[in-house]
Unconditional design. Structure first.
Length: 95
């Protein structure tokens, strides 16, 4: 399944540190599409783990993470105009 992860992390209340942690986590499990947008290819079990781990990285009073489940056959639903993100096929993704 492909998950679209979108986040908005406030820079208030030590937000820069949270932002770096969330970005690093998302880079380890997915592909950066834009600054705060990642595509994550995972199993349903991995999706539960990702949601669980992300829930500990945010400040619930300041931050938002939205996860859009695009399903298993999402590749034919995704269109891009302009520069495509480069997939590093030599990179290991850690779940």
């Amino acid at each position: 399944m492909i998950i679209l992860c979108v986040y908005d992390i406030s820079v208030e209340n030590k937000g820069e540190s949270r932002l770096r942690k969330i970005a690093k986590y998302c880079e380890n499990v997915g592909i950066r599409i834009q600054n705060s947008v990642f595509e994550i290819n995972c199993t349903p079990a991995e999706y539960i783990k990702i949601k669980y781990e992300l829930s500990f990285l945010i400040d619930y009073d300041y931050d938002t993470i939205r996860l859009y489940n695009l399903g298993r056959d999402a590749s034919n639903k995704i269109e891009s105009i302009g520069l495509e993100p480069k997939l590093d096929t030599n990179k290991d993704f850690i779940i």
